[in-house]
Design a protein around this ligand. Structure first.
Ligand code: ZN
Length: 390
């Protein structure tokens, strides 16, 4: 017990010094933690990472030894003479917390013990939030569960076909010729817990999971979508660090490529694209407020979210001392990306009886949400067009 406590104290001190960096550096140098920062997490590569056998554990031992000609001093030398698996819990945890996603993936292939440790949700939550937090929301998790369930069904069907084929072939050929190799791709995928954050992270990284999010100025800034944000299914391309989008099947263009991170956002509300959003801010709208409102071309199309600013009614001169617009039942909505004489420049809604309003000619305005967060407002201001649209 005393030895254990002494070990813990030692590692706490070591963590605050350069020795931990040295230790991790040594691990990397010894190729335990292969640098994979620029590597695509393809399933094939992940399969190569995974060698779930305790026979691999001795591979760890030699790399802990002091390298030839490398005179190490003090605590660093002491650390490097130990086995990784002998480290106290706290030290092990501190090391794992400092590993990148690629390093965790590699480390998970060393042995069953490290596999379980490296898959822990708490290790991946930080990485998930850091890279994906801004563009994924609650709907992503739901969609991902469906994605994994569909994969599982497909794998089961494939397995049944395979077993049927295996049965017929094995009656003809020697058994060893038809046994599938260990570490098969589907085996690795299915070995990841469906509800683990690591599995979701890898699914996002390899681009096979098309996740739901919203895209600003869809179709690469097409004038017909300027200052709007539309729902889409997106797939990440780690090679180009961009996204591909699939929009609703309605409309002229339904796909778009090379979408940068700054054009994406997680859906701010749970309202699906074909559902009218319940407006809960109608009595809180006053001139100068920023808002987003649903709008769609016709009732077969999905809604997009359009940015605007609350304006003054025509009866108001806009002077702060005379303005009574905030007490009126009618709210003036302005879309300043359009020219003053454009039919898209202004529209009105009624606070008391607002519902979907519009026509086939002008489209339909749906639910409205007031923007309270400065970050949201500044994002919209950042994509204002250089000149007004007709
Ligand atoms: Zn006014």
């Amino acid at each position: 017990m005393i030895l254990f406590l002494l070990s813990c104290c030692f590692f706490i001190l070591a963590l605050k010094s350069r020795s931990l960096k040295s230790f991790i550096s040594r691990l990397r140098q010894m190729r335990l933690l292969l640098p994979m920062f620029s590597v695509v997490f393809s399933v094939e590569q992940m399969r190569k990472c995974v060698v779930f056998s305790v026979l691999d554990v001795p591979m760890i031992m030699p790399m802990m030894k002091t390298p030839k000609g490398g005179a190490l001093n003090g605590s660093a030398a002491e650390v490097e003479e130990m086995s990784l698996l002998d480290l106290p819990e706290l030290a092990m945890e501190c090391i794992l917390e400092r590993l990148s996603p690629a390093e965790l993936c590699t480390m998970a292939g060393v042995c069953t013990y490290l596999r379980d440790r490296c898959r822990s949700d708490h290790l991946w939550e930080k990485h998930m939030k850091q890279k994906w937090g801004r563009v994924i929301g609650k709907t992503t998790y739901g969609a991902w569960q469906w994605h994994m369930a569909a994969n599982k069904r497909r794998n089961l069907l494939d397995a049944r076909k395979h077993n049927a084929l295996f049965g017929s072939i094995s009656s003809i050929w020697p058994l060893r010729l038809v046994i599938p190799r260990c570490g098969d791709k589907s085996e690795f995928e299915s070995s990841l817990p469906v509800d683990s954050i690591m599995a979701l992270y890898l699914s996002l990284e390899n681009g096979k999971f098309w996740f739901p999010a919203q895209v600003y100025n869809r179709e690469n800034g097409h004038a017909g979508f300027m200052l709007s944000c539309y729902d889409a299914k997106l797939s990440y391309n780690s090679r180009t660090n961009t996204f591909q989008a699939r929009y609703s099947p309605h409309g002229q263009h339904t796909t778009e490529e090379n979408i940068s991170w700054d054009r994406l956002r997680a859906p701010p509300v749970d309202t699906p694209a074909y559902v009218l959003h319940g407006s809960d801010c109608l009595y809180d709208l006053k001139p100068g407020d920023h808002f987003e409102i649903q709008w769609r071309r016709n009732k077969d199309y999905p809604y997009g979210w359009w940015y605007g600013v609350v304006g003054h009614l025509e009866s108001c001169d806009g002077h702060a001392y005379h303005c009574n617009c905030h007490n009126s039942e009618v709210v003036m909505l302005e879309f300043n990306q359009y020219a003053p004489d454009s039919r898209w420049r202004r529209t009105t809604i009624n606070r008391k009886s607002h519902h979907e309003e519009g026509s086939e000619a002008d489209g339909f305005y749906g639910g409205i949400r007031k923007l309270y967060e400065e970050e949201e407002i500044s994002t919209w201001k950042g994509i204002l067009p250089a000149k007004v649209l007709d």
